[in-house]
Write a protein that binds this ligand. Structure first.
Ligand code: PMP
Length: 368
């Protein structure tokens, strides 16, 4: 045990945090970063200039606390989402991770439970332990699919207080049918479960995929969360948000810290939302690179999962850790999510994607 860990162990930490390590993918200095599903395209110049202008203007009043209700931002997010949503339906935080944490603070906690279906976003159990919420791991089929029947049966059996459904799912990339959301919501009736659909990657879904936003009317226990970190290329700005019944946003006001969204964050997000078309212009390009990765991996004899996101999860590797290291040596960082035989790669620019595919092909050829 290192000296640092020994000193940590001596502190009067909460029991459920003992022995844990901080979450986070390695932040390495590598030319091609395809490991955390960022948007690798830089912001268009016109958007950068608009952000710089509005942040500069807001600096004049940084001596004052920001608008605690982030009114303009909720208006802009409601109009971006459409589906008849009004500002009262919208809530936002510093990344969707914070929004998910606030949901657990309001609806989870000691004596309560959160259920999700691994392999899924690895922050869910950590958000549960951070809020002292019991985590229930549901199960998926061997091919990682989750059907409406199976999900609803598991929710009915375990009666969780909260369910997180990730669609498109991280790390597998595949979107859930809305029948799964409807069935889980109905099965959660008995335990009055709050059902959250985490749509962080929604903008990358294949044409025809329907968002759970359309299911919100009449379902006051349903929440759909989104982020500006992925399609909007604003991971560094930290802005996540959700849409739900206004009673849910009122519940979140009970746990949020006053002024949690800084004036700089609000100015940045508002400026970006004035340029939605320019910001989303790269989404089609990223989807094309994603589809190219799937096709090329198949050609190489690997097994990519169908992807509705900006990343591809693929199996069929005999030595994933060796391939991960070989790619890193070639300057390409991908993600080993700890699932045997699999790796995950973010779709980058055309040049980045080419570097990944060439590197992988060379490593596979050297192995055979
Ligand atoms: N949900 C999912 C499924 C994610 O993959 C991520 C980011 N990796 C998040 C939420 C959190 O994103 P952010 O806090 O940047 O909005």
């Amino acid at each position: 045990m290192s000296d640092q860990l020994r000193r940590l162990a001596r502190l009067p930490l909460r029991d459920n945090l003992r022995g844990l390590e901080p979450y986070g993918a390695p932040q390495l200095d590598v030319p091609i970063l395809l490991n955390v599903n960022e948007n690798t395209h830089p912001l268009p110049d016109e958007v950068r200039e608009a952000i710089a202008r509005d942040v500069r203007a807001c600096s004049a009043s940084l001596n004052r606390y920001p608008d605690r209700e982030f009114t303009e931002l909720r208006e802009r997010l409601a109009s971006y989402l459409g589906h008849g949503l009004a500002p009262g339906n919208i809530w936002a935080g510093n990344g969707s991770n914070e929004v998910l944490q606030q949901i657990l603070q309001a609806f989870g906690g000691p004596g309560r439970s959160l259920m999700s279906f691994p392999p899924t976003y690895s922050m869910y159990p950590l958000l549960a332990s951070g809020t002292d919420t019991r985590y229930i791991a549901g199960s998926r089929a061997a091919d990682f699919e989750l059907t409406a029947d199976s999900a609803a049966r598991q929710v009915a059996e375990r009666a969780p207080n909260i369910v997180f459904l990730c669609s498109p799912n991280n790390p597998t990339g595949t979107a859930l049918g809305l029948d799964v959301v409807e069935a889980v919501y109905a099965a959660g009736e008995a335990s009055q479960a709050i059902v959250v659909v985490d749509e962080a990657y929604a903008e990358f879904a294949k044409a025809g995929t329907r968002s759970a936003l359309g299911l919100l009317p009449g379902r006051e226990r349903l929440i759909v969360s989104r982020t500006m970190s992925k399609a909007f290329a604003l991971a560094g700005a930290r802005l996540g948000y959700l849409a739900a019944d206004p009673s849910v946003t009122d519940a979140l006001r009970l746990v949020r810290l006053p002024y949690h969204l800084s004036a700089v964050t609000q100015a940045t997000a508002n400026a970006a939302l004035k340029h939605v078309d320019a910001l989303l212009a790269n989404v089609e390009d990223i989807k094309a690179q994603r589809d190219r990765i799937v096709a090329e991996l198949r050609r190489l004899g690997l097994r990519p999962a169908p992807s509705d996101s900006n990343f591809v999860f693929f199996g069929g590797l005999s030595h994933p850790a060796r391939i991960w290291q070989g790619l890193l040596d070639a300057g390409v960082l991908v993600r080993d999510v700890g699932i045997p035989g699999h790796l995950r790669v973010t779709a980058g620019t055309e040049a980045e994607t080419t570097a990944f595919l060439r590197g992988l092909e060379d490593l596979l050829a050297a192995e055979s």
